[in-house]
Design a protein around this ligand. Structure first.
Ligand code: G4P
Length: 530
């Protein structure tokens, strides 16, 4: 029993978010290097195509040289068992990116020191903030010219409405970057251009009042600036408060350079201490403790065609409580059936390995013969729970998709429904149009390519596609009149989702305002929980 508890307590499951190019892959890679899970940099993502890409699963990914789906990596570090959830960016940004955040207990936000907060970080941050989980900030690329560090933390506080607590403070940047001052240890970590492998950084204890020592380390100009800035920080900045960190109100901020291995290890160490083991999860019946000895999990992602030869699907689930054991039967709560989770696997750096057991906090992928949907709960009787649903995230791109070959009506319908059920796209029905002509909504444009590719290769059907200028969707929370009688601008479209909910698709914010101004009592919302 002590082992069981310890296994869960030593788990840390987090997602890394950033705008493309801020250094997420580089940082992940350095974490894996420190954990000994990989031996050299460049093994996580092969942008140039010659390196091996971890999530090189779908044909489409190979063709495009990008990763379409988010992957999970597990590794050990100093007694901790760490699960990193990768959140795809670039054009492959999709609902999966958002859903992955539902499986994490905390988040590491990587920010490019020269660019500050960028659009994708902003989108992801808002989803994370809604969950009140800890958010740690790594401000990267200090070896290059950077924005003023005060401006950077100010931007975080004003844009995101959270407190920040700089754990360390940069001493210059770019050509003259000398390292960081560790506020807790009262020490200087010097930057020596390149810190190869897993070498420890040299931390030189040095109180901020020790002028002589500071001068010898960083020179008097930089010493003066540092002393001034640290005093300002001590006086004006938020106090450190672990409770606030743990509910996402205060973000510890670290400065460093992922590429140069600078600041990674101190970051990992503080992060692992401050972040929490697996958190209790909200279910309809109340909270489920990770230490409940009965296994429970929810599906947050379904991935099709990882192995083209087998046409299989993999359902990724986050274990919320207890211990998973291979071969045991568990209850599929929605279907009310006992099932065996077959071919349970975990990603260990580059490899997918079949596993015999896993604990709360872990992510496992299981073979899905078509029985899982996003949000499904699996539990070990007598535990009877249903985890609260994963929200549906508002698509931002819409197109009318119409079947072109009437001989293939059934395949078209089946394909569209199955792909929508997996959560790869959202389908909306146009009143009186039937199933031959639907509106498809996606979060990231690449999802349209994935849809086309899969409809062709798996269902053998093509279709015509007409892009719509619409960008925003709203659920109806409260409707003062019959849905069809709402007064709307000419280009607002009325649709139904797959569950029969009424929705409106708008070409822009002004059209939303028009609807609100012309229909007193109308209430709209952006998200819908399943
Ligand atoms: P991402 O996953 O967030 O998209 O970013 P990624 O790690 O791929 O990094 C984007 C680019 O920034 C890469 O350069 C990477 O080497 C560089 N980079 C990451 N961290 C640092 C840092 O601390 N300092 C500096 N100077 N650069 C950094 P690239 O030329 O686009 O790719 P590559 O050829 O180096 O792989």
């Amino acid at each position: 029993m002590a082992d069981f508890r310890n296994e869960i307590e030593r788990r840390r499951t987090f997602a890394i978010i950033s705008h493309p190019d801020a250094g997420k892959t580089t940082l992940t890679e350095k974490f894996l290097l420190y954990g000994g899970a990989i031996q050299s940099a460049g093994s996580v993502k092969g942008k140039q195509g010659d390196k091996h890409a971890v999530s090189d699963w779908m044909e489409l990914e190979k063709q495009r040289g990008i990763s379409v789906t988010s992957s999970v990596m597990q590794f050990e570090y100093e007694g901790y068992c760490i699960n990193i959830l990768d959140t795809p960016g670039h054009q492959d940004f999709s609902e999966d990116t958002y859903r992955t955040l539902m499986a994490a207990d905390s988040v590491v936000m990587v920010i490019d020191a020269a660019k500050g907060i960028e659009p994708q970080t902003r989108k992801l941050f808002h989803v994370v903030a809604a969950r009140h989980i800890p958010i740690f900030t790594f401000i990267n690329k200090l070896d290059r010219e950077a924005q003023d560090p005060f401006d950077l933390i100010d931007e975080l506080e004003t844009e995101f409405g959270i407190g920040t607590y700089p754990m360390n403070w940069p001493i210059s940047c770019g050509q003259t970057f000398k390292g960081v001052y560790d506020r807790e240890k009262k020490a200087i970590l010097t930057f020596d251009n390149f810190h190869g492998g897993r070498e420890r950084l040299r931390a030189i204890e040095c109180d901020i009042t020790d002028t002589e020592k500071l001068d010898s380390l960083i020179g008097d100009d930089l010493r003066e600036t540092l002393v001034e800035q640290v005093e300002l920080l001590d006086g004006a900045c938020f106090d450190f408060d672990l409770e606030k960190v743990r509910c996402g109100k205060l973000s510890p901020v670290f400065f460093g350079s992922a590429l140069n291995n600078f600041g990674i290890e101190p970051f990992l160490e503080s992060f692992l201490k401050m972040t929490t083991p697996p958190l209790a999860r909200e279910a309809v019946e109340g909270e489920v403790s990770p230490f409940d000895d009965k296994f429970s999990a929810f599906v947050f992602k379904i991935q099709a065609n990882m192995n083209k030869a087998h046409r299989d699907r993999i359902a990724f689930m986050r274990i919320c409580s207890g211990k998973f054991e291979r071969g045991k039967e568990y209850m599929h709560m929605r279907q009310g059936k006992m099932i065996k989770l077959s071919q349970p696997q975990q990603m260990m750096a580059q490899d997918r390995a079949i596993i015999d057991e896993a604990y709360a906090g872990d992510i496992i992928g299981v073979f899905d013969p078509g029985i899982f949907s996003i949000g499904d709960t699996i539990a070990e009787p007598p535990l009877k729970v249903k985890f609260k649903g994963i929200p549906t995230f508002a698509p931002e791109h819409f197109a009318v998709i119409e079947q072109i070959d009437s001989m293939k009506r059934k395949q078209f319908q089946k394909g569209m429904e199955q792909i929508a059920e997996e959560g790869a796209i959202q389908i909306f029905f146009i009143p009186d149009a039937g199933m031959e002509r639907v509106i498809v909504g996606v979060v990231g444009l690449l999802q349209f390519d994935v849809l086309k590719f899969r409809m062709q290769s798996e269902y053998g059907v093509g279709y015509s596609k007409m892009d719509l200028p619409h960008e925003q969707i709203r659920y109806i929370e409260k409707c003062p009149v019959e849905f069809s009688k709402l007064r709307l601008s000419g280009d607002t479209r009325r649709v139904k989702d797959i569950r029969g909910n009424d929705l409106l698709i708008f070409p822009g914010t002004w059209a939303i305002n028009f609807a609100l101004e012309n229909n007193e009592g109308l209430e709209l919302s952006e998200f819908k929980r399943w």
